[in-house]
Design a protein around this ligand. Structure first.
Ligand SMILES: NC(=O)N[C@@H](CC(=O)O)C(=O)O
Ligand SMILES: [Zn+2]
Ligand SMILES: [Zn+2]
Length: 432
């Protein structure tokens, strides 16, 4: 017996087309105008978008070590609710994901308790201290898909060059958090309108862009696949665009919050607007949208970064950087970029599925016969307010509370298994 998703809307060459999808075992067995339901379970998804499950190459699951913020169980439940079936998790755990043991522990937990596929990213340097390279070969053997010291920048050029050489020899992408400490130190928001108004120390744009420029030169010299994390400034976008034109192997990701908000939008000293990199200027925000449009920026990621309520209540200067993102990403992008016509639905879906799969050489992210049945079903009609108290994440730290959005995922399948289902998708009323 298989499962049929009946009368869903599939994106085919940019058009929405009504189709049935038959899932057998863990695979998509058939996609057709109409599939006979006899002998199968049938789920009515009439009028709803059926897409490949989303892939997020940048999340913080916090386990091991920071289970008060999030666990692999709650983080992947949050992912499933957001329509994500694959998440890559950053190594700034405790201990840092810098040994094969931690990688194996994450993979084991994910298998036992996970509602999404988890791809660990290993640390570039031991304890992310920037002093000594990790044993990347052993980490790769254990199952990492890339290396990163996310949370901190690699401060010296020599360390980054050594890391790139090592990663290249192993075929691992270098995923870089770009931040020059000598420029960023002590800042809590973007250096600009908001920091001036409130007398706060700012993080200037160059703190990011200088690393991007340095790393592009190093990537060119070493032949590395260099991937820029959470790109946030106009200058970084320009640098990546020029590097791509010259044929450097550079890719980039952007977060929904940097596409939709700028420092002018921060209402006051609320740490739910504090993340790293910070919300930049309107000009930067516009450059990110343009970069995403023209392909300079390859993919969208959430940088889901849960923290406890107590931590986030410490105020703008003392609270940790980071906001959650998995459960609001698609509704935000759909409502704020697709519905107003800035991006097509296909453009947004591709940057959350096929493109990250292509860039990181992953076998998921497509909805076609013979593919693994990682699927998101999305209600494009019903408008609902963002309500953090409903989040499956332990984190409630979002600046989007109360936003009225459409495009809420209602059913998520991982390898053919339903891992999340909204109440309204209770199977009653479906008929063969
Ligand atoms: N983005 C953030 O603001 N915070 C991240 C670290 C990071 O992504 O650099 C975190 O781990 O909390
Ligand atoms: Zn980062
Ligand atoms: Zn991060």
């Amino acid at each position: 017996m298989g499962t049929i998703l009946r009368n869903g809307q599939l994106l085919i060459s940019g058009e929405l087309v009504t189709k049935d999808v038959l899932i057998e075992e863990n695979m998509i067995a058939r996609i057709a105008d109409s599939i006979d339901g006899v002998g199968h379970e049938v789920i009515d998804v009439q009028g709803k978008l059926v897409t490949p499950g989303f892939i997020d190459m940048h999340v913080h699951l916090r386990e091991p070590g920071f289970e008060a913020k999030e666990t692999i169980a709650t983080g992947t439940a949050s992912a499933a609710r957001g329509g994500f079936t694959t998440v890559a998790c950053m190594p700034n755990t405790r201990p840092v994901t810098d040994t094969p043991e931690v990688v194996q522990q994450i993979l084991r937990k994910a298998k036992e308790e996970g509602s999404a596929r988890v791809l660990p990213i290993g640390a570039i340097t031991v304890r992310e201290l920037g002093k000594e390279l990790t044993d990347m070969a052993a980490l790769k053997e254990a199952g990492i898909v890339a290396v990163s010291d996310d949370g901190v920048g690699i401060q010296t050029s020599q360390m980054m060059k050594d890391a790139m050489k090592m990663a290249t020899s192993l075929g691992l992408p270098v995923v870089a958090h770009c931040e020059d400490d000598s420029l960023a130190e002590g800042g809590c928001v973007h250096e600009g309108i908001f920091s001036e108004k409130h007398g706060l120390k700012g993080i200037p744009s160059e703190a990011e862009s200088i690393h991007v420029s340095r790393d592009i030169l190093l990537a060119e010299a070493t032949g590395t696949h260099y991937h820029v994390c959470h790109i946030s400034t106009a200058e970084s976008v320009r640098l990546v665009r020029e590097a791509k034109q010259r044929g450097v192997r550079v890719t980039a990701e952007v977060c929904p919050h940097h596409l939709l908000l700028c420092d002018e939008d921060i209402p006051g000293l609320d740490a739910n607007y504090k993340m790293n990199p910070p919300l930049r200027s309107r000009r930067d925000r516009d450059a990110l949208l343009e970069g995403l449009k023209d392909g300079t920026i390859d993919m969208i990621v959430t940088d889901h970064a849960p923290h406890t309520a107590e931590e986030k209540q410490r105020g703008m200067e003392l609270a940790p950087f980071g906001i959650v993102g998995l459960e609001t990403a698609f509704p935000l992008l759909y409502t704020k970029l697709v519905l107003p016509g800035a991006f097509t639905l296909q453009e947004i879906v591709d940057r959350m599925t096929k493109v990250p799969a292509d860039v990181f050489n992953l076998p998921w992210g497509v909805l076609e016969e013979g593919a693994v049945a990682d699927i998101a079903v999305i209600d494009l009609e019903t408008e609902k307010e963002v309500d953090p108290t409903t989040f499956l994440s332990k984190g409630r730290n979002t600046p989007f509370t109360g936003w009225k959005l459409k495009g809420w995922p209602v059913l998520t399948m991982l390898e053919g298994r339903v891992v999340w289902q909204a109440e309204e998708m209770n199977n009653e009323g479906a008929r063969p």
